[in-house]
Ligand binder design. Structure first.
Ligand SMILES: [Cu+2]
Length: 185
C-alpha cells in the first residue's frame, strides 16, 4: 500500500514539474533548452578525463617496491639496485624482506649522495633501540626494521634537487652488500 502511494506521489510530482516546465520551454524555445542540456551533459562526461590530466600543483606519487633477499651475510642483497623518482615526489615505498632466517632483519635508509657508507657505519653503532639509524644530516628517510617475511612501509618526499642519491641497510655489516642508487630526475 505504501509503495503504491509513493509511486502515485512521484508520478504526480513528475506531472507537476513537467507541466511547470512547459511554458518555460515555449518561451525559451526547445532548441535553447536542448543546448543547455547538452552543455551540462558534456561537462559531466568530460569530468573524468580532466581528472587524468596532469596538474602541476599536485605532488606526484611514486610507488616503489624494494625486495631484500638472502639468508646469509654472503648472499643478502636488495633485489633492485636502482630506484627512480621525480624530484619532490611523494614516495610510497614497500620494503619486503624475503629472507626466512631470523637474524636477517633489514631496513632501508635513503641518504645524500656518496654518504651511504658513513650513514651505515654510524647507524650500526646506534643499536636496535634506535633502529640502527643515526641522527645524521645525510639521512633523507629511514624505514623501520623488517623481520624475515615482513613488509614495512615508508613514505617520504623525494629530494627537490635531481641527482644520484643512495639507499642502504644500516643493520650491522649489511651495508657492504645492501645498497643501491636512488635516481632523482
Ligand atoms: Cu639488512
Amino acid at each position: 500500500m505504501k509503495k503504491i502511494t509513493l509511486k502515485l506521489c512521484l508520478l504526480s510530482s513528475f506531472l507537476f514539474l513537467w507541466a511547470c516546465n512547459l511554458p518555460e520551454q515555449d518561451e525559451a524555445g526547445t532548441e535553447a533548452a536542448n543546448t543547455e542540456r547538452t552543455a551540462t551533459d558534456s561537462s559531466n562526461e568530460s569530468s573524468a578525463p580532466v581528472m587524468e590530466e596532469m596538474d602541476s600543483t599536485i605532488q606526484e606519487v611514486a610507488e616503489l617496491t624494494l625486495h631484500a633477499t638472502g639468508n646469509t651475510l654472503e648472499d643478502i642483497a636488495y633485489h633492485e639496485d636502482t630506484l627512480e623518482v621525480e624530484a619532490g615526489a611523494h614516495v610510497q615505498l614497500k620494503l619486503i624482506n624475503e629472507g626466512v632466517d631470523m637474524p636477517m632483519v633489514h631496513n632501508v635508509v635513503f641518504t645524500a649522495p656518496d654518504s651511504y657508507r658513513q650513514v651505515a657505519v654510524a647507524g650500526s653503532k646506534i643499536g636496535p633501540s634506535g633502529n640502527y639509524v643515526p641522527d645524521n644530516a645525510a639521512v633523507i628517510a629511514a624505514s623501520s626494521m623488517a623481520l624475515p617475511g615482513q613488509t614495512v612501509e615508508l613514505e617520504f618526499t623525494a629530494p627537490k634537487e635531481s641527482g644520484t642519491y643512495n639507499y642502504v641497510c644500516t643493520y650491522p655489516d649489511h651495508w657492504q652488500r645492501m645498497h643501491g642508487v636512488l635516481l632523482v630526475k
